[in-house]
Design a protein around this ligand. Structure first.
Ligand code: MLT
Length: 323
């Protein structure tokens, strides 16, 4: 008897879930950006969200929930109902590195459902204009000669800019003093104002200030130049051979979100990325589009797990301290 009641209850739940999934979305969706407004993750979310609302027929709002290198914003999504109305945007930092650094209170793999891989951002090595160096080699010499460790802006321990900084320290032997912000948008403001020395930033964040001449760019951390900023050399060309890092991003929803809902969100994001106007905006920012076979939810899940296996040992060995 109890089994029959339980079976009927489960059937009701399933019917309820399907009905919700069929109607999805029936009201506005929120994308939680775990960093400051105006930064690279925020810009990507706004460009994508604006186009996704056309496919989904609902408003998409952006909510910036900042702090602890994005882990607070991701936590906000993990604790939301699994119905597709609260979506997490994040990247290698928030959805991989943070699991090796923070006591998160959630599991990045088992508490989230992958939706889609988003464009990747090559990093760019930039300094305040007051730094006298004119090339990457001169920058390295200047940084090494500084009597106190050069200051590097980051979006917190475990953010993209911080992982890039750790990698840079490893590759050059230069010790950096990290200055954490709630995103690289405020870090960039301080670089322009000359308050910090460098950022190893996402290209999409720094590129407009580089073009405006308010900061100096030395190299992009990829094996090919960024088309929309082709005057900036690669690290290979500029003398830091093999120093490559692109920061991939993605969308996730809470675990237990119906598959049909995940598929609808995935379809809208893919449609957005295939729209020539959206592609142009992303490519102007220096972003690289994912390949068609990388766009399924399963592909993002497999990629995230592979990145965890690759990065966690290195990050744990760096023994990153957080307050
Ligand atoms: C941001 O949007 O501020 C970033 O993605 C920060 C980072 O991870 O460096």
């Amino acid at each position: 008897m109890r089994i029959a009641i339980l079976a009927a209850f489960m059937a009701l739940l399933t019917i309820g879930g399907t009905a919700c999934a069929d109607n999805f979305p029936s009201h506005p969706i929120t994308i939680v950006v775990p960093f400051s407004a105006g930064g690279p993750t925020d810009s990507m979310a706004r460009i994508l969200g604006e186009r996704m609302q056309r496919s989904l027929g609902q408003t998409i709002t952006i909510e910036n929930v900042t702090g602890a290198a994005g882990s607070l914003g991701v936590g906000r999504v993990v604790r939301s109902p699994p119905d597709g109305y609260t979506v997490s945007i994040g990247h290698l930092g928030t959805h991989v590195a943070n699991g090796a650094i923070y006591k998160l209170g959630y599991d990045l793999v088992t508490d989230l459902e992958p939706v889609v891989l988003l464009p990747s951002n090559p990093m760019i090595i930039v300094s305040k204009n007051a730094v006298p160096a004119k090339s990457l080699k001169e920058l390295l010499t200047w940084l090494k000669a500084k009597p106190s460790p050069p200051t590097a802006g980051t979006a917190g321990a475990g953010s993209g800019s911080h992982i890039a900084g750790l990698y840079f320290e490893n590759a050059t032997g230069i010790k950096l003093q990290y200055v954490p912000y709630r995103g690289t948008a405020p870090a960039l403001n301080d670089l322009v104002a000359g308050q910090i020395d460098i950022i190893i930033d996402q290209t999409s964040n720094s590129i407009s200030q580089v073009r405006a001449g308010t900061i100096r760019a030395y190299a992009v951390t990829d094996d090919k130049r960024v088309e929309s900023a082709s005057d900036i050399p690669t690290t290979d060309e500029a003398g830091l051979s093999g120093f490559h890092m692109t920061l991939w991003s993605g969308l996730w929803v809470p675990k237990g979100t119906p598959k049909e809902v995940v598929a609808k969100l995935n379809g809208a994001a893919v449609e957005a990325m295939n729209d020539p106007a959206v592609r142009k905006k992303f490519e102007d920012l220096g972003l690289q589009m994912p390949a068609p076979d990388e766009l399924s939810p399963d592909a993002l899940g497999a990629w995230q797990k592979a990145e965890i296996a690759k990065w966690w040992p290195m990050i744990k060995a760096a023994d990153v301290k957080v307050d």
